[in-house]
Ligand binder design. Structure first.
Ligand SMILES: C[S@@+](CC[C@H](N)C(=O)[O-])C[C@H]1O[C@@H](n2cnc3c(N)ncnc32)[C@H](O)[C@@H]1O
Length: 215
């Protein structure tokens, strides 16, 4: 194993990456996450220190920025994170999925929105924390969407749409969009869940994903 002494890296503008929108590359933009790495920093670290040097481990992997960049460079990697949502996001970001595996369940989900009947959620369970962040209108639609996604048999597709749903929760809630700390925005009109879900799914599906031969 080779260790790099990071104390010897000089301060240099080469590491500032001004005007580079690396978060739009690959699958990095699937899900917001607190204190994410800037992908270009990881990319430069890999290209400078890790090429031809075995595996990369990120033991606080978060939503998998390091693993995505490692994969993009054809390097094996391992990630550890205590947060099951982080694990799910990372899986969805690095697992190769063929377009058809997503297109069919996506179309079925969109069609199901026309069958949504809010009266069927009249007796939806109360929950102190959820009801603090969500209005009833959005909460019912999210419950419907969650049930539909859980019925998708193919695991990779199910995970992909769960990640999409998880990402739009902030938009569909009363959470202040510009804040990272949890805080209610009294003036916010939460996004309509079906609409924002479709928008984000399309964005995720349009991104360059990993292909099967790279697994
Ligand atoms: C700042 S985030 C890392 C973000 C990551 N660099 C990225 O780009 O997505 C730190 C992560 O450490 C994880 N973490 C904290 N304590 C941990 C522990 N004891 N074991 C494993 N993961 C832990 C948290 O769940 C969180 O996802």
């Amino acid at each position: 194993m080779r260790y790099t002494n990071f104390n010897n890296i000089d301060v240099s503008p080469e590491w500032s990456f001004t005007n580079v929108r690396s978060t739009e590359q690959w699958t990095h933009g699937y899900h917001r996450y607190p204190a994410k790495f800037l992908p270009n920093v990881v990319k430069k670290l890999i290209e400078t220190y890790a090429i031809n040097n075995g595996k990369i481990a990120d033991v606080f992997a978060g939503c998998g920025t390091t693993l995505v960049e490692a994969k993009a460079h054809g390097i094996e990697s391992v990630g550890i994170d205590i947060n099951p949502v982080a694990q799910l996001i990372t899986k969805a970001k690095i697992k190769p999925v063929l377009p058809n595996v997503l297109n069919v369940p996506y179309e079925e989900l969109v069609i199901s929105f026309s069958q949504y009947n809010e009266n069927e959620y009249e007796n939806i369970k109360l929950h102190d924390r959820i009801d603090y962040w969500f209005r009833l209108e959005e909460k019912k639609k999210i419950a419907f969407l969650y049930e539909k996604i859980l019925k998708i048999n193919q695991e990779d597709a199910r995970n992909f749409f769960l990640v999409c749903l998880s990402h739009i929760l902030k938009n569909s809630s009363r959470w202040l969009m510009s804040g990272t700390k949890p805080q209610i925005d009294p003036n916010k009109k939460p996004a309509e869940p079906f609409q924002i879900f479709q928008l984000h799914c399309k964005k995720m599906m349009s991104k360059k994903r990993f292909v099967l031969y790279r697994t």
